[in-house]
Design a protein around this ligand. Structure first.
Ligand code: PMP
Length: 428
């Protein structure tokens, strides 16, 4: 007899391509049936068959205070009663903009959108409009949403013009995207030496969470800042994932670097659709209605979404929130590393704030090439062993994971105990 999850997946595939509204959800790389969730509370999720999971995906980052936090839910309910959308200004949007400007010093002005994709797409257009240049630099393995010019990855890893890595992206678009290797300072310098006068911007995940977790070297981060300044290119930190997640001021706060533009999403919506891009006032002034770069949105600054985001930002501003989150996340990684060692499994893990990477390889990777050396088959077996034991990890070996403020010491201890037996089975 099939389970309710299986029945739902079969039904979903009849009316939705692949049965999902975003590809990774389909469990394609790990195999098996996606879980259809009915409810979340704190660190826990429940699926359609009534199974309970400790959740380490957190809706891919937004659920930083845990699922269905009572204060966030109340804020959403109160906002909803007042009307769902006006397509006109509200005071809550100003509060949100003021909060972002106050917490992130590099942001002098900010505009709200409804997703991370919109934020990065708009920031790129703005950088191009502001500089009057076409080329953009991105790094292989970094994900910045699904806009055309960003769905391009490197061919050989050498400095080349990009090839489309998604169907439907014209070569004429992709040729403006220069794809380099993350953490390769020499390549970046060469790229600016050869193409500096036509580079509009460098867009980067300042801690990568989209090819598993990769930490930038100090030299790499410093070189990006220095080269963009020298050549008049806009440095865009895509902090859609890292913003308010790796620390109270995101990755730029951790590294003490001031980007020209920052993109945000996930946490600032607290689970509702909110994105933002902001930064230097002179650059932001190039946006309509002040400037010539067009950007707009029917639901931008939506009052219900903004209410969820504002309450979430208030909750994580409590003293010590990020220190506790970072300590809990580290407890999780240290516990898993110890459990793997006991079981004799080649494994490593690391965390930055409330974000972590798990790798079935020796040592934490520092590049796309090193990430690719991890043992995917072993990850898949581990993933399913943990899923069966009631732990929901990202269904891919190449995604970062997330801990929330609702994860207790006991949640993590239980997870580590489950991992100990999962590693033993993975090894067998
Ligand atoms: N940038 C980064 C760094 C992301 O991690 C993501 C989503 N995972 C995006 C942009 C796109 O955001 P969204 O899915 O909200 O469009």
């Amino acid at each position: 007899m099939s389970t309710r999850n299986e029945q739902l997946f079969e039904r979903a595939q009849r009316s939705i391509p692949g049965g999902v509204n975003s590809p990774v959800r389909a469990f394609r790389s790990v195999g098996g049936t996606p879980r259809f969730f009915t409810r979340g509370q704190g660190s826990r999720l429940w699926d359609a068959d009534g199974a309970e999971y400790i959740d380490y995906v957190g809706s891919w980052g937004p659920a930083i205070v845990g699922h269905a936090h009572p204060e966030v839910i109340r804020a959403v309910q109160e906002a909803a009663v007042g009307g769902l959308s006006f397509g006109a200004p509200t005071e809550a949007e100003i509060l949100m903009a003021e909060t972002l400007c106050a917490r992130v010093p590099s942001i002098e002005q900010v505009r709200l959108v409804s997703s991370g994709t919109e934020a990065t797409m708009s920031a790129i257009r703005l950088a191009r409009g502001f500089t009057g240049r076409d080329a953009i630099v991105k790094f292989e393995g970094c994900y910045h949403g699904h806009a055309d010019s960003l769905l391009v990855k490197a061919g050989s890893g050498a400095l080349t013009f990009g090839n489309p890595s998604s169907g439907g992206v014209p070569d004429d678009f992709a040729k403006h995207t220069l794809v380099l290797d993350y953490n390769d300072v020499q390549q970046l310098e060469d790229c600016f030496r050869n193409h500096g006068d036509r580079i509009a911007c460098v867009i980067v995940e300042p801690v990568v969470g989209n090819m598993n977790l990769i930490v930038p070297s100090r030299e790499f981060i410093d070189a990006m800042r220095a080269l963009c300044t020298k050549h008049g290119a806009v440095l865009i930190f895509d902090e859609v994932m890292t913003g308010f997640r790796v620390g109270p001021v995101g990755a730029q706060g951790l590294f003490g670097i001031t980007p020209d533009l920052t993109t945000l999403g996930k946490v600032i919506g607290g689970g509702m659709p909110v994105g933002a891009f902001g930064g230097r006032r002179d650059i932001m002034s190039a946006i309509a209605p002040l400037g010539a770069v067009y950007q707009a949105g029917t639901l931008s600054g939506n009052p219900v979404a903004v209410a969820a985001g504002l309450k979430t930002l208030e909750l994580i501003n409590a003293p010590g929130f990020h220190d506790r989150l970072a300590a809990r996340t580290k407890q999780f990684c240290d516990g898993l590393v110890a459990a793997a060692k006991e079981a004799g499994v080649t494994f490593s893990a690391q965390s930055v704030g409330g974000m972590f990477g798990l790798y079935f390889r020796d040592g934490c990777p520092a590049s796309y090439a090193e990430v690719m050396q991890s043992d995917r088959e072993r990850f898949n077996r581990f993933f399913h062993a943990m899923l069966d034991a009631g732990v929901y990890l990202a269904p891919s070996a190449f995604e970062a994971g997330f801990v929330s403020g609702a994860h207790s010491e006991d949640d993590v201890a239980q997870t580590v105990a489950k991992a100990r037996s999962a590693f033993a089975r993975v090894c067998a």
